[in-house]
Write a protein that binds this ligand. Structure first.
Ligand SMILES: NC(=O)c1ccc[n+]([C@@H]2O[C@H](COP(=O)([O-])OP(=O)(O)OC[C@H]3O[C@@H](n4cnc5c(N)ncnc54)[C@H](O)[C@@H]3O)[C@@H](O)[C@H]2O)c1
Length: 273
């Protein structure tokens, strides 16, 4: 059977093209927050390689310029701007610029996160909680609220939140951050039924330890990593591209019947709530 499918694709270029276009995001516009490095940049690359026009942003202009140049060098259609997702004016500016320059928005990947606190959760302060919940959770919701009407106007869209394995099992010393990531699992489920009415799917990815600046304190410490690897089926940490691809999948037609879900991408760590 496989042989006849391959023969058909080889001898029938139209059939081949049709199967390619199933996963294409050509004509789609994707906002990815905090997308000049790490998982956000990998998500922008994965979406862009599937044909989407990606709007990259982060807080520093120099980082935006660097990411735009990199993506352009990979023949990805890209627009960039600065955006602090914790700032209402910045969020509006990001969406407005996207509408003006790209004509609409179809995809939101809410990726930005902070963790200003390491220690016993009972030592965390109100300021720590305000900062973590504002950037990691509230801005994810408020960005969704801003883009949803514009997605609805275009017949639907996709929202993907970036949670964490820590959202399932709080990491020692990362209590408030872990709780914020658990909140995203709830936000995904709370939004999905309401936005399905506008043909907008809402999903989430929960990465395990991925090699980025954010997690460098973990992967640069051999003792921690040796201990950590005991919990993994695949005995290595993940790469940002391994999350970017899953995000692009969730935004594609192949995932057209998936909403309200979180996909864990952890190398086999056990994730249970
Ligand atoms: N790396 C991992 O092991 C890992 C594991 C699980 C989840 N995550 C999640 O993946 C996402 C991306 O992290 P990463 O690992 O790629 O690290 P990263 O450091 O490359 O990305 C986090 C980005 O968020 C940005 N950011 C922070 N506050 C912001 C704000 N107010 N406005 C705009 N941008 C802001 C930072 O500048 C940074 O670029 C985060 O949500 C993180 O919680 C990462």
């Amino acid at each position: 059977m496989f042989r006849s499918v391959f023969r058909c694709l080889r001898t029938n270029p139209v059939a081949g093209q049709r199967s390619m276009s199933l996963s294409s995001l050509a004509g789609k516009v994707a906002i990815v927050t905090a997308s000049t490095d790490g998982i956000g940049l990998a998500a922008a690359q994965a979406l862009g390689k599937r044909g989407a026009h990606v709007v990259v942003s982060s807080r520093r202009q120099a980082n935006v310029d660097k990411a735009v140049a990199l993506l352009q060098s990979q023949s990805i259609q890209v627009t960039g701007t600065t955006c602090n997702v914790g700032d209402g004016e910045d969020r509006e500016k990001l969406v407005q610029m996207t509408l003006e320059k790209c004509g609409g928005v179809d995809i939101l990947v809410s990726n930005a996160a902070v963790n200003p606190f390491f220690g016993n959760i009972m030592d965390s302060t109100e300021d720590v909680w305000d900062k973590i919940l504002s950037v990691n959770v509230k801005s994810a919701f408020l960005m969704t609220k801003l883009v949803a009407p514009h997605m609805a106007k275009r017949g639907g869209g996709n929202v993907v939140f970036v949670s964490s394995v820590a959202g399932y099992q709080p990491m020692q010393a990362l209590g408030p951050y872990s709780v914020s990531k658990t909140a995203l699992l709830g936000l995904t489920r709370a939004l999905a039924p309401e936005l399905a009415q506008s043909n907008i799917r809402v999903n989430c990815v929960a990465p395990g330890v991925i090699k980025t600046r954010f997690s460098s304190a973990l992967w640069q410490n051999e003792d921690i990593m040796d201990e950590f690897k005991k919990q993994l089926s695949i005995k290595r940490i993940g790469e940002p591209e391994e999350i970017g691809g899953v995000i692009a999948f969730l935004c594609s037609e192949e995932a057209s019947y998936i909403t309200g879900e979180t996909i864990t991408v952890t190398g086999g760590m056990s994730c249970r709530l």
